[in-house]
Write a protein that binds this ligand. Sequence first.
Ligand SMILES: [Zn+2]
Length: 256
Amino acid sequence: MLAVSTTIESWYDSLALRGVTGANVDRPSHFHMFVGHLAVALTGKAVHRGTSLVWFVAAANLVDLIWPLLLIAGVERVRIDPGNTAFTPLAFEWYPWTHSLLMGVVWGALLAALALAWHVQRRALWLIGALVVSHWVLDFVTHRPDLPLLPQDGRLYGLGLWQSIPATFVVEGALWIAGIALFLRARRPRRLAGHVALWSFVVVSTFLWASGPFSPPPPDPQSLALFALLGWSIVPWAWWIERTSEPIAAASLQQR
Ligand SMILES: [Zn+2]
């Protein structure tokens, strides 16, 4: 654990992400459609309570977890373009392997296959696959037309909710609140650790999402990609939330 945090710290240092005085570099806290995907994951857990939240969080965010790896590998491209939409300074130039609809289906099938091998309940496999595909659908609502259906297709789609910061806050914020509420109908945090696990997740995610449009743009795509790798922390975080919460019995639901 110490080694991991030391590595992260050294990234921060080497990238000057700490916003060292004088350096005009600051947190490139730009996740795209971040809490919307998390809302879908929490909803998945509420729908299928017998399967760990880890699977649903990994599924709804899978292609965003793979995306920085392909950026670093030079397979996909992003450009820093302040004003690209009101909500993000990122121009998603080329990301067909993570963000085409067809590849969404492929990644969904792969994650469902992994879940099957992991002995996840069979009934949850379709939901896991569907949550991976839901990523494309939510991105379609928010992104300007930059999403392909097929990896090699020239036509791009997107409704561009991000053109408006207020509309993004209303729509994505409503999804986020609904997802949290549905999760809390299914599970209850246990003791202090449970509350810390869940609410730190909610607060940090909300902050990173809501501060995005008001943060300085990332200095360059490479540092953005390294920062985006921190997004993987949602996987152990979901595990922690799962471990420190307990199901709400159907009987106690009816009493309410
Ligand atoms: Zn995405």
